[in-house]
Every structure is written in C-alpha cells, then in structure tokens.
Write a protein that binds this ligand. Structure first.
Ligand code: SF4
Length: 425
C-alpha cells in the first residue's frame, strides 16, 4: 500500500510469533523500511517506510521467515487460540482447515477484500467486540455458533454446527455473499429472507438449539491464564505504533523472563506468551518504560491518531505528537466514555467512524462526526490543548459534571464545547 512515507506492508499473524521470528521481522523493518511498526485495531502488524526498491527484498525475507501469503477472505482467530485456559475447544485445526480450504479457491476471488471470518475459541480473551462478516465461536458444548454481520451483540445468529462442518458451512455462507455481488458483505444477508434461506441451505448440519449468551468484551491489556499455568501479559501500543528497535529491546527482555512468543491482538495490543506470574509486574513496568500502555484506563487509549506528519505526505500536523499532548493535557477527561480522533487530513484513515471530537489538519474541528464531515469550528492546536484542560475544569466545576465526560459534552452542546476549546467560555 502506498502511503506518505513510502510503501506499507500489512502482515496478519495467525497466532503467536516466536521471539526470534519477531526479532527478525524487526530487523527487516529497520533495514528495508523506516523502522516504524504499527498494530491496527484488528491486530494486524504494519511495517512502514518501504521503498519501491526495498519492498521486494522485504517480502522475500518475510516469506523466508515462514510467514505465508494471507488467505482470502482473511481469518481472524481469537488471541491465544489453543493456549487460553478458559477455552472450550482448541480451534487451531479448524483454522488450518479453513486456511487450506480457502487457498486458491476460485469462488473466493470474487469476494470483497473486506469480508472477514472470525474464529473464536470461546476463551477468556474473546472477539465479542470485533466486527466480522461471519463469526464462528466455540460454545461450552464444543459446537460452533455461527452468526453473520457485525460484532457479537449485533450479529444475527444462524444456529450451531459440529466443528467438523466448519469449512463446509463457511463456504456456503461465503458463496451466498458472492451471489449478492462483488461489493457484498455479510450485512447484505442480515435480513429475515436471506437468513431463512441460509438456514434452509444449511439445514442438514445446522441446529437451532440455543447458543451460549454473548460474553462481555475483554481487554487484552493485563494478564491472562494459559493452559500450562503460565500467563500471557497484554500491553498496547500508544496510538498504535512503536519503533522496531523499541519492540526488539522489549522482546529480548521478555525472552530473558522465559516468554516463548509474542502475539499481536485486537485493540493495538501485544500479548507476551509464557510469562511466569512472579515476573509479570516487572515486565509490565519494563513495557511502560518503553512507552507501551499497561493499564486499560490509560487516557492514550481513547485518542485515535493516524500516522500524520512526517510519516504521511498528506498530513498537515504531527498527529501522534498532538495526541500525546492531548492525553497529557486532560487525562481525567479521557475516561473512556468518548474518543478523540486526531486526523492529519480529511481522509480519516485511522478511524472512518464518528468520534466525539475530531481534530482535522491544523485547525479543523468536527463535533460528533467524521474527519471528512464539514468542520463546525476552527481551533488552533495550542488552543485545543489548553481547551481540553478547560473542558475538564468545566466537568469538575458544574454541578451536573459528575457523570461521564461524554454526558458532559452532550450537555454542553456544540456551542459550549467550542467555547471551552477556544477559550471564550
Ligand atoms: S488521514 Fe490523511 S494525514 Fe492521516 S494518514 Fe491518512 S492520508 Fe495521511
């Protein structure tokens, strides 16, 4: 993918990366790219700053490390698949079966590239909050619950199937999506007629028995119990990026603590796999000293920033630096009830959705909208930084400010928020 700082390579690891492999990938990112690594909201790894000359050698190195060409459609397994102590079934064989079944299948070439399959082993670290076109989740009786279109609470359940039918039913659903046209997604089947038709097609293997209820979405940040009694330690990258050299130094340290591997996970997270309970706190401190996020309530988690300047040629501001200044200016305001989006231009790459406050370019502000929407005000960045602190002060001052920050913003309305941000309130 061409970006402002050269070519970007996206890698979707299908499980934990042995530490030696991650170190080798960081070496390749340093030698062929600009050394900036990102983890996306869905847990993919991105290597930035490749050039037309270095991209092919980088690809050769990555394939030589054992990374494989990604399947179409992409499969997103739940983190710690086959390792999580709370899992109800080890779905790694299903993952492999799907991967092999998808490889080179002519029908799948007609799918929209955004179509994705989620495979959730039913463990503690689940995929309930992640959106997918088809969801397959292991239930307590080890059957698979199938549902289509969206995150767990919104997806439409189809029924349950035995694990051995996973590939067959997946292909049937994908075929139904293909029949709806080249841009079709799972949501195009999420209506009573298509759901009834799908259930009819799958009737020979589908059971309508009630499935397990949805579970609360779980944060990757923190510790998670593994089947072998050890832990996985989850940390996240602030604003989704780090330097390859920083990641290497952390990865070497985790190896000294006995960890086997590191897995990328949704929420821009890294899971260090195989940590002893006694060493987890020390490793978390080492991660924090490298700028990683180790507490779910860290205010940086509630600011989304694109690559910005200087990485992106379209950017008019250093988005990640600004995001960091915002987080420092008003940590209490960033209570997780709303998101701030800092976008270097109107394209809004980092967050296509609505955010409570979207700062666009040098001075544009969109309230309750997207980066591409018309701006409701112009606020210089230095004003905005002080303005966020003023908003926090308003929250503490007014009698109705005891609720969440999101409630306070909606009560203030567009005019009140603008006045606080530009200092006229
Ligand atoms: S939103 Fe604009 S500035 Fe930011 S990465 Fe995308 S193109 Fe670049």
């Amino acid at each position: 993918m061409l970006t402002g700082d050269g070519l970007l390579a996206r890698i979707r690891p299908l499980g934990p990366l042995p530490i030696a492999k991650l170190l080798a990938l960081c070496d390749a990112a340093l030698e062929c790219g600009n050394g900036v690594l990102e983890i996306t909201q869905r847990g993919s790894l991105q290597v930035r700053g490749l050039s037309a000359i270095s991209a092919a050698p980088f690809a050769r190195r990555v394939f030589a490390m054992g990374f494989e060409q990604q399947t179409a459609p992409p499969i997103l397994p739940s983190p710690l698949l086959g390792l999580d102590a709370l899992e109800t079934a080890d779905l790694r064989p299903v993952l492999e079966e799907l991967r092999m079944g998808f490889a080179g299948h002519p029908m799948l070439k007609q799918l929209d590239p955004k179509v994705s399959i989620l495979l959730d082993g039913g463990g503690g670290l689940n995929l309930e909050g992640v959106s997918g076109d088809l969801r397959l989740r292991a239930m307590s009786d080890s059957r698979l619950q199938m549902s289509i279109a969206g995150a767990a609470t919104a997806a439409i359940p189809l029924g349950t199937v035995a694990v051995r039918h996973a590939l067959d039913v997946t292909m049937q659903v994908l075929s139904a999506i293909v029949q709806r046209g080249p841009q079709a997604r799972g949501r195009d089947l999420a209506n009573p007629e298509d759901v009834a038709l799908l259930r009819m097609r799958l009737a020979a293997v589908l059971s309508a028995a009630p499935a397990d209820p949805p579970r609360p979405a779980v944060e990757a940040i923190g510790t998670h119990r593994l089947q072998d009694g050890r832990l996985a330690l989850g940390v996240a990258l602030a604003f989704g990026f780090t330097e390859a050299a920083t990641l290497q130094s952390f990865a070497r340290l985790t190896a000294q603590h006995g960890a086997d591997s590191i897995e990328t996970a949704p929420g821009r997270a890294l899971l260090v796999v195989g940590v002893q309970a006694a060493g987890a706190a020390e490793l978390a401190m080492a991660a924090a000293s490298r700028g990683f996020i180790v507490r779910p309530e860290d205010p940086r988690r509630f600011i989304i920033a694109c690559a910005g300047a200087p990485a992106c040629g379209s950017a008019t501001l250093p988005t990640r630096l600004v995001a960091s200044q915002f987080a420092h200016a008003a940590p209490a305001l960033l209570d997780g009830s709303f998101h701030i989006h800092v976008s270097g231009c109107r394209k809004g790459c980092a967050h296509p959705g609505v955010a409570a406050l979207t700062f666009v370019g040098a001075d544009g502000l969109v309230i309750q909208g997207r980066a591409g929407d018309s701006t409701q005000g112009l606020v210089r960045l230095d004003q905005a930084i002080a303005g966020l602190a003023r908003l926090d002060a308003v929250r503490r001052r007014v009698p109705w400010g005891a609720g969440s920050s999101a409630q306070m913003l909606s009560r203030l309305g567009v005019e009140g928020v603008l006045a606080a941000l530009d200092g006229t309130q």
